[in-house]
Write a protein that binds this ligand. Structure first.
Ligand code: HMG
Ligand code: MG
Length: 302
């Protein structure tokens, strides 16, 4: 087993993290969070989503947030676009990458995006085509690849099916997401292996929520099968409004601490990252959900 020597992290905190907040977060705070993440060395940031403001009012300021970011060279800014309406709204804001998001579970697809898996692919296809024509990169998030809040366990065959559809419409890379954080290492590896039938390992990333405290173990398990790209949220923010009970993504600070401790490069400055996480936690008036951040903040205070 050889682990990667370098890992690329996409911080999804501004999107996955803040989409689930009860209290409105001003656009200026979101913009400041993105700035702090890029200062900390993040090279990929998922900024917002161009979804219906009736469904997810928290992301209603999408264009304003995109327009307010002072972009740093070398950083890839991505946004979620579920359909052509979302893509057309996103286009003038010049994202580097758009993300279509499907589900391995039929029930979750219905609850989250109001259509079947097959219908979602029909909606994504013109989005993918238009994005590629504009020279934008295209990622596909695959939700509920190990478990679904409505259907329970998800078989790897369902993941393979979704990956095959994503591949068919031209999606360049995919995220194997454990939306509700129920996965354990072997199950996550099985979902990744199912995806490998359609995507090269370099084009698969891991997106693990930490509801059951398994996300770091799942990250290591994904690295064991060769994954070197992960999504996480600073301060462990996150959750999906249509996946009740699911908590945040694994904290970026926790992933970075583990990786650096294993001599795996990330290009991220952990101290600056802790500052970014503390900035948003204080704004939300909430305890920082990263164990590493809390430990380092205690050490600083002491
Ligand atoms: P729908 O109601 O079926 O859409 O929603 P529709 O096409 O019938 O349109 C209904 C209304 O919405 C119309 O407005 C449209 O114009 C408008 P009206 O005529 O009633 O005034 N509309 C839009 N407005 C703005 N932007 C758009 C858009 N599309 C339609 N793009 C839709 C379908 C997909 C839009 C809706 O279900 C939706 O917005 N869902 C969002 C779900 C979401 O954001 N979930 C969280 C992100 S996924 C996630 O967190 C998982 C992930 O992290 C990975 C993991 O952990 O698994 C990625
Ligand atoms: Mg998520």
């Amino acid at each position: 087993m050889t682990l990667p020597s370098k890992v690329q992290i996409i911080d999804v905190g501004p999107r996955d993290g803040l989409q689930n907040e009860k209290q409105p977060v001003p656009a200026a705070i979101k913009i400041e969070l993105v700035h702090k993440l890029q200062e900390a060395g993040l090279q990929e940031i998922e900024v917002t989503s161009f979804v219906s403001p009736k469904w997810v009012p928290q992301m209603g300021d999408n264009a304003q947030v995109m327009a307010g970011i002072a972009r740093k060279a070398g950083v890839r800014y991505s946004v979620l676009t579920p359909n052509m309406k979302g893509f057309e709204a996103a286009l003038p804001t010049r994202p580097d990458e758009i993300v279509v998001f499907g589900s391995a579970s039929e029930a979750f697809s219905q609850k989250n995006i109001n259509c079947s898996i097959a219908e979602s692919i029909e909606r994504f296809a013109p989005v993918v085509e238009a994005a590629l024509a504009q020279g934008m990169a295209v990622r596909g998030a695959m939700s509920c690849t190990v478990g679904c809040p409505y259907e329970g366990d998800i078989a790897p065959e369902k993941v393979a099916y979704l990956a095959s559809l994503m591949k068919e419409i031209g999606v360049q890379r995919v995220d194997v997401a454990d939306t509700i954080g129920v996965g354990t290492p072997r199950k996550v590896q099985a979902a990744i292996e199912a995806t490998l039938g359609y995507y090269d390992i370099a084009h698969i990333s891991g997106h693990f929520h930490d509801t059951y405290g398994q996300a770091l173990a799942n990250t290591l398990a994904a690295m064991e099968v060769g994954v070197s790209n992960f999504q996480s949220s600073v301060a462990g923010l996150g959750g999906c409004p249509y996946a009740k009970g699911a908590t945040g993504n694994v904290a970026t600070e926790d992933v970075v601490y583990m990786l650096h401790g294993m001599d795996i490069e990330t290009g991220i400055d952990l101290d600056k990252l802790v500052d970014a996480g503390q900035f948003i936690s204080e704004h939300l008036g909430r305890k920082n959900q990263s164990r590493v951040a809390v430990a380092l903040l205690n050490k600083r205070a002491g």
